[in-house]
Design a protein around this ligand. Sequence first.
Ligand code: SIN
Length: 309
Amino acid sequence: MTDLTTTIAGVRFPTCFMNAAGALCVTREELMALGRSRSGAIVTKSMTVEPRQGNPEPRYHGFAGGSINSMGLPNLGYRAYAEMIPDLKQFGKPVIASVAGLREEDFPVIATVINAAGPDLIEVNLSCPNIPGKPQIGYDPDASERIIKLVRPLITVPMGLKLPPYFDPAHQEAMQKVIARQGIDFLNLINSVGNALVVDPDRETVVIKPKGGFGGLGGAIIKPVALANVRAFYKLFEGRLPIIGTGGIVNGVDAFEHILCGASAVQIGTVLVEEGLEVFARLETELSAILARKGYSSIVDCRGAVREL
Ligand code: SIN
């Protein structure tokens, strides 16, 4: 029997698969359903200070090979998630609170209250590409460091960062220095590939309404970008900083590739939205099968082991 359990910053997960923030995790009902599912954790939608309806619809579009979204952080506001966290913990799996913000000063407000609510881990989202007029914080190392400095002293559970995809080693190295200086406990790589454009040639339109059709790409199409960022940060931290790999996981082989590149766990977004909660059982079966076929008894046995030529 293959062992799909994993540990991130000292927190044990019953399986390495979990939802990505944003996928079926906005409402209490969705979060409780994740609790009852085979997801290895319950990850909340990235929360802001005030509840948000999000961007106008249509704001999600699935296509062969992936998805594009510009949800605009629809969420119930941090107070609602803080109240819910004790109930979410009844399921005996880690609860990860995802914290966002529209202004730098929002982050410590949310972090204080959400930390007191007792999630098992907190993920600070520095990478939402979908708020009109707000750049992705993770592309600005100085702004990122200012926010991390504000929240780091307030958070007593393991604290991670959800980062955008980087496309140049210089940008990864600049962020690595910030992360190392500030004592981050884990990374989540990557958020969607922001500000992409999908066109419907029949209707001669873009496919989502917000921001003139520009939005974040997810799903199979972004896997190589996700793998590259997992691998790059795994190497920059010499395998010592746990990484959750997110991006392009549609089947067990995709998860295996993330683990080979250095991921300790994986999150799923597009495939969860498209297939529903049953996808977790399928992914477990598929990953177990490939590990068994290759003679690995656990994910630890192959984590980071991809060979260079
Ligand atoms: C959104 O709500 O627009 C997506 C969130 C994110 O990409 O961080």
